[in-house]
Ligand binder design. Structure first.
Ligand code: ACO
Length: 324
């Protein structure tokens, strides 16, 4: 292995201005604040304005992450953006982010692992930084799921929201990095589950963007086992444990999945960062959004051991451990 470690330099996030509360949803369809809160923990979500695209959210989050890291766009030579709701079928949304930030060198590409998109993007950036091929990466999760929801389907449309989060990662010589940096990441997919959570359209099938479809109970049934397995892999690879982590920043799909996963792993509730109540499920954006909240409110500080996990359509799932 090379002597390079990927060190977190700064986080940023952006949420569209428009807030859609459970009460407003209940005024439009047969649902209630009680039902949504009890089943999911979600109280509100943000919805992108007309003409506000995934790239717009991503650019704002990326700029805030750059500002927080003390770096400028000119320092970045790699952009990896996790999204399942790109502006267009192509080009990749990341190249729009790249151009709008004024970056003309290096590479930019999107990864598609739905709700696991940020963890997949992070692991990919880490692998590239470790080769020395790139020096500083913007790792972004950005989504406008409101555009692919069936607003007539109360079983799915109440669950999701729009937003973006970003992390600046720098490849640093291990001798300088000390013990900080990404310690391990573990990615998994199993396409046999692909029909449990999918979009019923696409360029090669219907020629339309399609709408999200989900067998909610099936997703729930698999989620906790898959999440905890891949976290156990991260613990086994590093010798860390539920007791040694400082913060657990899970994908924010559903309060019940988060709580059940933390309980099964023995992670204390006060170590769990939760934003699903205010953001809903923002898919690939949920982890970097939650990270940014916990960094900015002073919970995550230098030296902390931060555990990330995600699970989503495919199914895809993964974990990462970062020494901040
Ligand atoms: N408001 C009121 N009632 C509703 C709503 C709603 N928004 N949606 C469904 N219902 C009704 C159903 O019609 C059903 O009524 P019925 O008994 O008369 O038929 C009843 O509530 C129970 O429906 P279920 O689908 O069985 O509800 P369940 O308890 O399974 O909860 C939920 C649904 C919340 C989606 C749950 O299955 C879940 O959390 N699944 C995980 C899905 C998830 O988090 N996906 C995110 C994407 S994947 C990821 O990011 C990990």
């Amino acid at each position: 292995m090379s002597g390079i470690r990927s060190v977190a330099r700064g986080t940023g996030s952006y949420l569209p201005e428009r807030v859609l509360s459970n009460a407003e949803l209940a005024s439009r369809m047969d649902t209630s604040d009680d039902w949504i809160v009890q089943r999911t923990g979600i109280r509100q979500r943000h919805i992108a304005a007309e003409g506000e695209f995934t790239s717009h959210l991503a650019i704002k989050a990326a700029q805030r992450a750059l500002d927080a890291s003390g770096l400028t766009a000119a320092d970045i030579d790699l952009i990896i953006l996790g999204t399942a709701t790109p502006d267009q079928t192509f080009p990749a949304t990341s190249v729009t982010v790249q151009a709008e930030l004024g970056i003309t060198r290096g590479a930019a590409f999107d990864v598609q692992a739905v709700c696991s998109g940020f963890v997949f993007a992070l692991a990919t950036a880490d692998a590239y930084l470790k080769t020395g091929a790139f020096k500083r990466a913007l790792v972004i999760g950005a989504e406008t799921f409101s555009r692919i929801l069936d607003w007539e389907d109360r079983g799915t449309c109440v669950l999701f929201g729009d937003g973006a989060g970003a992390l600046v990662l720098e490849g640093v010589d291990a001798a300088t990095a000390g013990d900080s940096g990404l310690l391990t990441s573990h990615l998994r997919s199993d396409g046999r589950h692909r029909a449990k959570l999918y979009v019923d359209g696409g360029p090669s099938t219907t020629g339309t963007a399609g709408h999200l479809r989900m067998e909610g109970k099936e997703v729930f049934k698999h989620a906790v086992g898959m999440i905890t397995d891949v976290i156990e892999d991260a613990f086994a690879a590093t010798g860390e444990s539920a007791a040694s982590i400082d913060w657990f920043v899970p994908h924010q799909a559903n309060r019940r999945i988060i709580d059940a996963s933390a309980l099964k792993l023995g992670i204390a509730p006060e170590k769990v960062v939760t934003t699903v109540d205010l953001h809903g499920n923002t898919s690939a954006a949920s982890i970097p959004l939650a990270l940014d909240v916990a960094v900015r409110d002073g919970r995550i500080t230098k030296g902390d051991l931060v555990l990330l996990e995600a699970m989503g359509g495919g199914f895809t799932w993964g974990s990462a451990l970062i020494r901040w």
